[in-house]
Write a protein that binds this ligand. Structure first.
Ligand code: PMP
Length: 394
């Protein structure tokens, strides 16, 4: 039991209380078996059922075309996601084209920046497709915009580029893509990090080569990454000599997509309790929340409410992100008066209404209110009420 929290943390994040209650029960005594879900073999029937049920629910929620796309789960989070993408997809390009290729990166915030740096660190030949850090004058906040697609690099083609990578929602900087912007790169596989907005809205799955999401925001607790990959992008079991000759990073076996897929996500020990939490969140989304469209509509309303109250007081609240690319998941703002006022804001929010988790990421400071699926309208309303009060008092 717990009092319903008004928690706006960016991740790990709030989950529905009913899901956690069921998960707690499953951890102790799964389906009356006398054993907890975390105590049984990852190859047993109950574990396999959890894997298959989670996949089926993802198919249902996202309308995933199973003839073209494959779903799998792997230990890790967003970082194992972007590291493994670089090595697996470079190997796949070698399989498809018989030569090594390069990888394009769209940089719109710290997560795409880190993914780009990781690809370089692994020795991948990278090309910056667009960099939002260069798009703004030197006096303004570094990130907070998405450069116009017309200005994106034309220096890539399907014959030399293994994939184009971007982050659909930048958790730290609060920048979110509002639509699929890659029409001009026809033929190049598009890869998205959706760690912080996966299952917050509908996704045109068939347009994507690969979607990756760490679980610990909308989908569950930390420990697993969800992947949806177009089948022709799964690399072949590697010929290491060929990879080395072509300067392509070798993927550690636990993150090697063909090995994981061939074993239905249980090549090695999948954290099945973590997956059961995901499974329960998916069930909750279908049966309690009324599906993805209902959740998307609700998320839009929550974000509109919060942005509109912040916009009412421009002399107090500063929103660094351009309106057209504002995130519906992570609302970032600073307060005039700097850290002292921000400290008061945080303290009073908690004291008056038990609003917590509002402190911005350590790298950028300020405030961040994350409005993930489990954050109820009641919490958003309370936050808006508090913001009004704070504005009037200041
Ligand atoms: N990508 C995005 C968009 C994220 O928000 C995060 C983490 N918050 C990551 C990647 C990295 O995830 P992890 O800490 O699970 O490696």
């Amino acid at each position: 039991e717990r009092e319903e929290p008004h928690y706006f943390g960016a991740g790990p994040a709030l989950l529905p209380t009913a899901v956690l209650q069921q998960a707690a029960y499953d951890l102790l005594n799964y389906q009356g078996s006398g054993l907890g879900i975390g105590e049984i073999s990852h190859r047993s029937k109950p574990a396999t059922d959890v894997i298959n049920q989670s996949k089926a629910r993802l198919v249902q929620l996202l309308d995933i075309p199973e003839d073209t796309h494959e779903i799998f789960f792997m230990q890790g989070g967003g970082t194992t996601g972007f590291s493994s993408i670089a090595s697996n997809l470079m190997a796949n390009f070698l399989n498809r084209k018989g030569k090594s290729g390069k990888a394009g990166y769209v940089i719109t915030g710290s997560w795409s920046q880190k993914s780009y740096e990781e690809a370089n660190r692994l020795g991948v030949d990278t090309e910056i497709i667009a960099n939002a850090a260069n798009a703004r004058g030197s006096n303004s906040t570094k990130f907070g915009t998405i450069p116009n697609v017309d200005s994106w690099s034309n220096n890539v083609s399907k014959d030399d580029t293994a994939y184009i990578y971007y982050c659909d929602n930048e958790t730290v900087h609060g920048v979110e893509f509002q639509e699929f912007p890659f029409e001009k790169y026809e033929g190049i596989p598009i890869v998205a990090d959706m760690s912080s907005n996966f299952l917050s809205k509908q996704i045109p799955i068939s347009k994507y080569g690969l979607i990756m999401a760490g679980a610990q925001k909308n989908v569950g607790i930390a420990g697993l990454t969800i992947y949806i990959i177009r089948k022709d992008l799964i690399p072949q079991p590697s010929d290491h000599k060929l990879l080395i000759e072509n300067g392509i990073p070798i993927t550690p076996i636990a993150f090697h997509y063909p090995s994981v897929i061939k074993n239905n996500s249980a090549y090695n020990t999948i954290p099945i309790f973590t997956l059961q939490v995901i499974n329960l969140v998916l069930e909750n989304l279908i049966t309690v929340k009324g599906g993805l469209q209902a959740q998307e509509d609700l998320n839009r309303k929550k974000a509109e409410k919060l942005y509109s109250v912040l916009d009412k007081y421009p002399e107090i609240f500063n929103l660094p992100v351009e309106k057209s690319v504002r995130s519906k998941m992570n609302v970032v703002f600073t307060i005039s008066g700097g850290e002292i006022k921000e400290g008061i804001f945080l303290k009073e929010a908690e004291k008056r209404y038990k609003l917590t988790g509002l402190k911005g990421h350590r790298s950028v400071g300020g405030m961040r209110a994350s409005l993930y699926n489990a954050v109820d309208t009641t919490s958003v309303d309370l936050l808006c009420k508090f913001i009004e009060e704070f504005a009037k008092e200041n």
